[in-house]
Design a protein around this ligand. Sequence first.
Ligand SMILES: Cc1cc2nc3c(=O)[nH]c(=O)nc-3n(C[C@H](O)[C@H](O)[C@H](O)COP(=O)(O)O)c2cc1C
Length: 220
Amino acid sequence: MSDLKISKECSDVFNNIIESRRSVRFFREEMPSKEAIGDIIRAGLLAPYAAQAVDENEYFRKFIVISKNSEKMKEIAEITKNKVKIMSEQLKSQMDKNLYLKEKGESFSKRLELFANKGVLGIGTAPYYIVVAEKKGIPPVEQQSLAHCLQNMWLKATSLDLGFHLVSATAQMGEDKDFCEILGINLGEFGLNGCAVGYPKEIPHKTSRPPVSEVIKWID
Ligand SMILES: Cc1cc2nc3c(=O)[nH]c(=O)nc-3n(C[C@H](O)[C@H](O)[C@H](O)COP(=O)(O)O)c2cc1C
């Protein structure tokens, strides 16, 4: 076991990064360096993974970095927009039949409709769209695992003064033949999620959180 000791200074720096993290959804044109993107991906690799669910002898995570300037980005943007259009229509028809969904799903439905008309935010609107793919396993926990990976990437991006937002629609694309073909992964074999990265146009305000005292319950 290594002798790992984190100093108070390091902990303060870490707090600073956590406090500074934001969902940044609008970016400057300038491209982050490939080195910076590599550093972000390295942070993703260091995230936990479900050892029981994957074959550790065969590496199970892939990172596909698509530049805004690549020809493939246009295709990917079109494919995801069409997929969201279908999801939007399906949700609307389910909402017509289900009162609970109608009441609770209104805001999500509006978001899907916006993406169906204008394209998915983060795909073509940011310098880089990164898809993270994780091999499916038993138990099927690839989405949880991907969330850990993306959170590490998010914090690393923040530490490099880069903006980042999640692109959750990516999770619906693992069964799309054209999308998987562009990514170079086998259809249906991976759970997917994604994010957008670039230099922030502006730093959004901090979203509010309750004080710890309001959410904590001690069972001593
Ligand atoms: C499971 C999950 C999915 C999310 N999906 C998206 C997304 O697709 N696009 C996006 O811009 N933000 C997405 N977010 C980010 C949240 O909207 C954001 O974290 C929240 O509004 C608080 O803002 P903050 O990140 O600036 O603190 C997602 C967050 C979570 C936890």
